[in-house]
Design a protein around this ligand. Structure first.
Ligand code: ADE
Length: 353
């Protein structure tokens, strides 16, 4: 079973083909599919989730019942799609991967539901972006495995109940808080994926380097891990970039020096921040005295959209303690000032900000 990637191209690709069968997807990046772990042993990190899932999967197999619907949430790149693929492989079932923005019309979601086979997994990425109509179609589908279809108009309208095969919905979101409660309540398991530790990411880097046949030392892997913002997708991307440097500018092996020098050239600092992250912090410091300032203002000034800032930049800056969220907007923390080598203005210490 092959799993398609949850990279930035997914939304566009599923728009072209909303029912994405794993075998029929065109891989735009073969590397990506090769380095994705396919079982629990090769999936590094998220140990609490893995332990729970192993029990849940075993119980479902013994009962010969489909798995409960599951919701995975957390910042992008932590392995929500990957873990869904591991679950499908462990259960020996197909996974259909789609994304909420491609389920605009009722017939999009109805088409997918009607084409599912018993036991299959339907994966909906960015599930917080489902529209109301699609959500309402999903409620009876999730709860009773039926589709309630209305035919005719007003007084003559009839509701037709169409049985569906017993499937498992796996939803993924970066914003669990934006899910409506009726939808959230229909998931039997809700789990937050955590940022990875440097130790875990070092293992991810070593594993990826081995698959890609890249020469690397443990210290080189750790140096990449330290600058990967707790995110395996970033770590894997950096392995490829640093490996290019190792081949062209050094002797081909990634050691600590090669990793650090290459990452410096790529402008990824010791915290893993890139130019956009630093521009965001500098903007708040230089133009708004460290904040607080609203997210829309920040996005407009950086010519980025609010969603990219909220979903991609902010989670790690918040987790790393460089940025703070306050009722009046975003503020750079004392640590954030220190990281950029700036002095805090004295007015920043107000208790009420
Ligand atoms: N590549 C991406 N995520 C991974 C993970 N959790 N474990 C191993 N390799 C990965």
């Amino acid at each position: 079973m092959a799993i398609i990637s949850d990279d930035e191209g997914l939304e566009k690709r599923v728009k072209r083909n909303p029912i994405v069968k794993s075998e029929t997807i065109e891989y735009d990046n073969l590397f990506e599919s090769n380095i994705r772990p396919k079982d629990f042993d090769s999936y590094i990190g998220q140990s609490a989730l893995k332990e729970t899932l192993k029990i849940t999967l075993e119980a479902a197999k013994r009962r010969e019942k489909p798995l409960d619907h599951m919701l995975f949430y957390g910042p992008p790149g932590l392995g929500k799609t990957t873990i869904a693929g591991v679950i499908a492989a462990q259960m020996g079932v197909e996974i259909r991967i789609t994304s909420a923005p491609s389920l605009e019309r009722p017939r999009d979601i109805i088409g997918i539901l009607m084409s599912l086979k018993g036991g299959e997994i339907l994966f909906i990425d960015e599930i917080h972006r489902l529209n109301k109509v699609a959500e309402e179609i999903l409620y009876p589908a999730m709860e009773d495995f039926t589709l309630d279809m209305t035919t005719g108009k007003s007084q003559t309208a009839k509701t037709l109940r169409v049985p569906l095969p017993k499937f498992t919905l796996i939803g993924a979101t970066t914003k669990a808080g934006e899910l409506s409660s009726p939808l959230r309540d229909r998931f039997g398991m809700i789990h937050r994926l955590e940022f990875y530790t440097v130790e875990e990411l070092t293992k991810v880097v070593m594993r990826t380097a081995k698959i890609l046949e890249v020469d690397i030392t443990e210290k080189g892997a750790e140096a990449i891990a330290r600058r990967s913002r707790g995110t395996p997708r970033i770590a894997n991307r950096l392995v490829k970039r640093v490996s290019d440097f190792a081949i062209v500018k050094y002797d081909g092996t990634i050691d600590e020096k090669v990793a650090n020098e290459s990452l410096d050239i790529l402008k990824i600092d010791e915290f893993g921040l890139d130019n956009t992250d630093r521009a965001l912090l500098s903007l708040i410091i230089d133009k708004y005295d460290g904040g607080p300032v609203g997210i829309e203002t920040i996005a407009a000034a950086l010519s980025e959209d609010v969603r990219t800032i909220e979903d991609v930049c902010e989670p790690y800056l918040l987790q790393a303690g460089l940025l703070q969220r306050t009722p009046r907007g975003r503020k750079v923390s004392p640590e954030g000032f220190r990281h950029l080598g700036r002095k805090m203005p004295s007015t920043q210490t107000s208790l009420f900000d």
